[in-house]
Write a protein that binds this ligand. Structure first.
Ligand SMILES: [Zn+2]
Length: 160
């Protein structure tokens, strides 16, 4: 796809260049922040968005938006979301697990999977949960959940 086509497909402020892509940079995070990786998909704590219970499920390659996902990526995304949201629910005890895809700050395809626990007030539920980024960033607490989510995710795979 030409740069011109990309420029008309996303807002002007959206990061589309891989050199500036936060989502690509997650490829370099430590194992302690990684839930799982396979050939197509990866799940990590999102650098700079470390609210406890938040995870990014992302395409491992720099695919921009739904439009650039391959058939293989599309075919496996649903199973990953099922397994990951189940694992986050098991690890956090939250009854509501959100899956959100925006792609406006960074076009590289990723889904924010966010546990909405009972402690989240009414005015921070639904789409307003994104405001917790400015209120509840806590990398140490977010990291504590990774091994539990990783274990629950592996159990989901083994149970199939
Ligand atoms: Zn990227």
């Amino acid at each position: 796809m030409s740069d011109t086509a990309k420029a008309t497909r996303f807002p002007a402020h959206t990061v589309t260049d891989s050199a500036d892509c936060l989502i690509c940079q997650l490829e370099e995070v430590d194992d302690e922040a990684t839930v799982f990786r396979d050939d197509l998909w990866s799940c990590e704590l999102p650098t700079g968005y470390e609210v406890p219970g938040w995870f990014f499920l992302r395409a491992r390659r720099h695919a921009l938006g739904w439009q650039e996902l391959s058939q293989g990526e599309l075919d496996s995304l649903g199973q990953h979301l099922k397994d990951l949201t189940g694992a986050v629910a098991e690890a956090t005890g939250a009854l509501a697990i959100y899956s959100m895809n925006f792609g406006e700050s960074y076009a590289h395809f990723h889904v924010l999977v966010a546990a909405r626990g009972a402690d989240v007030p009414a005015d921070r539920r639904g789409g307003n949960i994104v405001n917790l980024r400015g209120e509840r960033l806590d990398r140490a607490e977010a990291l504590k959940l990774v091994p539990q989510v990783r274990s629950a995710y592996r159990r989901a795979l083994e149970g199939r």
